[in-house]
Every structure is written in structure tokens, then in C-alpha cells.
Design a protein around this ligand. Structure first.
Ligand code: GYE
Length: 348
């Protein structure tokens, strides 16, 4: 065979070999070595956030609920505290209770101590709306579910499981309707508002302004921090500045305790029951008495007896059950005409 012939064959062979290799699918450069196929194990069912180890069979005996109460500023608050303590005794769960004396920093340290104790659930009635993000994040990172009770918070809703309480905006709207009915031709009113920055005061003020007729003006608005003691000097100052009955015809008061403090100042200034149209909020026994005595012309209900609902929801969370994001209390407005009849059956 001639040399040229040999070369020709070699070239042809090389070309054919190249063609065969070229037709093979290229192996990906990074392909992992083939492993024997393994049946994927079913992922362990993920426990819902907040579910306890005892889920789905937890009982109240397994529960430790933290209730960092915001204070003891009013009869409403006293009834709210009693509702949680009674429920703990009735159902047999452990309650870690504290009183923050209306100071946010106290409430935050009480929450931190509950996180350290590893409670099953934290039910938080926030004294004000803002400033709870950090501590709620700490609770979340510790896996402890939080239920916001009574007043609202401005923190991201992913940091808590639910809110149980009153519709404060609706309460303010209901109060406004009373003034609209009483003063179709217009009037000037004062507002004694609750704790500055609290969900209850913010909501009631907002609702009041939402619904108040444009011919009714809010002459002045000052906070009495939801207490009798603080409302009294605020009302005295109002009475020095404005003439009752002439400069203003009514007062919207954000809770009964402040109303009772304000009545003291009104009495001292010679104002008589009925001279002014006064609408308050809560519906406590003190508020009912003020209606019977002729001072309040309406009392917008705000129900403090939230213990049973919160306990039930807390147990559901421990058991990994789904719950509602928001539970609003069903409420009404009370009037003087049947206040005497209803007073004996009032629970707070
Ligand atoms: O109206 C008032 C209390 O947050 C709804 O707080 C609660 C309010 C209530 O001090 O009496």
C-alpha cells in the first residue's frame, strides 16, 4: 500500500470517528456522579408556628399564658385583669401577670421576662401603638405566639397571630352620632381623650371625626390619660378657658373614669347635670351611675371581659389549629332611660 493511500485511510477514519463522537450528546461539565435513585422521604409535617410539643392534644393544664397588663388606670382595666385571672383559675392554665403602670418600658421588660421563661403564649394589651417591633420580633424568634388584646399595635402583622378587642373607630363614630342627633343645628364640643398614642384614643378620635357633622366643631381636645386623677385638672383648665353652655355645649370623653374625674370639676364649677351633653365610653358601673345621675347622656360600650376568648384562642394556637386574624367584640350604646334597670346586672 502506498504511503498516500495509508494516509488517506487514516484521515477518513479520523473523520468518521469525529462524526460519531460529535453526535453524542455532550455531558454537562458539572454533572454529579450518578447516584442510585433514592425514594424521597416524606418531609416531616411542618408544625404551624406557635404549636406546642403537646399538639394536637394540649389542654389548659399545659398552658402558661403571659399577660403583661398595661396598668390599673380605670375600672375597665380592673375588670379586664379580673377576667384573665378568673379564666386562669376556672380553666386551670398558668397566668404570668404583671402591671406596667401605663409605662411602655415596663411592659417591654415584662414581655422579655416572659420570653425568657419560655411561656406558651403571650397575650399583649399594648399601652400605645408604636414601639413594639423589637420585642415582638424577639418573641417571634423564640417561637412564642403573640395575641394582641384590647388596643392595637402598629408593628408588622406578621409579628403576631391575631388581635382580639373592640373596634375603637366604631366607638368614636357611635359617640359622634349621639352629638349629631342632639345638635342638628350645630354646636361646639370639647374632647377629653385617652392616653396619647394608644390604639383606644387614636381610634376613638378618628371615628369621632369621621362621623361628626360639619356644623359641630371640636373646640379643644386634651388628654386625661384614661384616669380620674388626670382628667380632673384637664377639665378644670377647660372651664377656666371656656364658658360651659356658652362656648361649648357638650363633651366627648374617651372613658368613664375620666368622665367621673371631669364631673368633679364640673360640680365644683357649678355646672348642673344636663347643662352639658356628655357622651362617654366603656359602660362601667360608674358610667351607668353617671347616666342615672343625669351627667352622661349616652355611654358607648367597650367590653373588657376578653379572658375567655383569648384563652380559647391561645389553646388553639398551642394545638396548631387555625385562628382568625382579627376578632372584634360585639358592642352597643347605653342610654339613661334604662340605666337604673341594667345597673344591677352589670359585671364591671
Ligand atoms: O376604654 C379605658 C382603659 O383600652 C379599651 O383603656 C381600653 C381603654 C378603656 O383605660 O377605660
Amino acid at each position: 500500500m502506498k504511503i498516500s493511500n495509508v494516509l488517506f485511510r487514516v484521515v477518513i477514519l479520523l473523520i468518521v470517528a469525529e462524526l460519531i463522537v460529535g453526535c453524542q450528546p455532550a455531558a454537562p461539565a458539572t454533572e454529579a456522579p450518578a447516584e442510585p435513585a433514592v425514594e424521597e422521604a416524606p418531609a416531616a409535617a411542618e408544625k404551624p408556628f406557635g404549636a406546642a410539643d403537646c399538639a394536637p392534644n394540649c389542654t389548659y393544664a399545659d398552658m402558661t399564658m403571659c399577660y403583661p397588663q398595661l396598668g390599673a388606670e380605670s375600672d375597665w382595666r380592673t375588670a379586664n385583669t379580673a377576667s384573665f385571672k378568673d379564666e386562669s383559675a376556672n380553666l386551670g392554665f398558668k397566668l404570668v401577670f404583671s402591671d406596667a403602670q401605663q409605662k411602655q418600658e415596663n411592659q417591654i421588660s415584662a414581655i422579655r421576662s416572659c420570653i425568657q421563661q419560655g411561656v406558651s403564649v403571650i397575650a399583649l394589651p399594648p399601652v400605645v401603638e408604636d414601639g413594639f417591633e423589637a420585642v415582638l420580633t424577639e418573641a417571634h424568634n423564640a417561637g412564642i405566639p403573640v395575641i394582641i388584646v384590647d388596643r392595637s399595635v402598629s408593628a408588622d402583622p406578621s409579628l403576631y397571630m391575631s388581635h382580639i378587642g373592640s373596634d375603637m373607630v366604631l366607638e368614636g363614630e357611635r359617640a359622634a352620632e349621639e352629638f349629631n342627633k342632639k345638635f342638628p343645628d350645630g354646636a361646639a364640643v370639647l374632647e377629653l381623650s385617652g392616653t396619647t398614642g394608644s390604639g383606644a384614643a387614636v381610634g376613638r378620635a378618628e371615628g369621632f371625626r369621621n362621623k361628626l357633622n360639619s356644623n359641630i366643631t371640636i373646640l379643644d381636645s386634651q388628654t386625661g390619660n384614661f384616669t380620674r386623677a388626670e382628667a380632673l385638672p384637664v377639665m378644670q383648665a377647660f372651664l377656666q378657658k371656656y364658658e360651659a353652655g356658652t362656648d361649648f355645649q357638650g363633651i366627648f370623653i374617651h372613658n368613664d373614669d375620666m368622665g367621673i374625674g371631669a364631673i368633679e370639676a364640673l360640680k365644683a364649677a357649678g355646672v348642673k347635670p344636663g347643662d352639658l351633653f356628655i357622651v362617654s365610653v366603656d359602660g362601667t358601673r360608674g358610667g351607668f351611675q353617671a347616666m342615672i345621675d343625669g351627667w352622661f347622656q349616652a355611654d358607648v360600650e367597650c367590653n373588657p371581659l376578653l379572658g375567655p376568648q383569648v384563652a380559647e384562642m391561645a389553646l388553639k394556637l398551642m394545638n396548631g389549629e387555625t385562628i382568625e386574624r382579627e376578632v372584634l367584640t360585639n358592642e352597643t350604646v347605653y342610654y339613661p332611660d334604662n340605666a337604673a334597670e341594667l345597673l344591677p346586672s352589670r359585671q364591671y
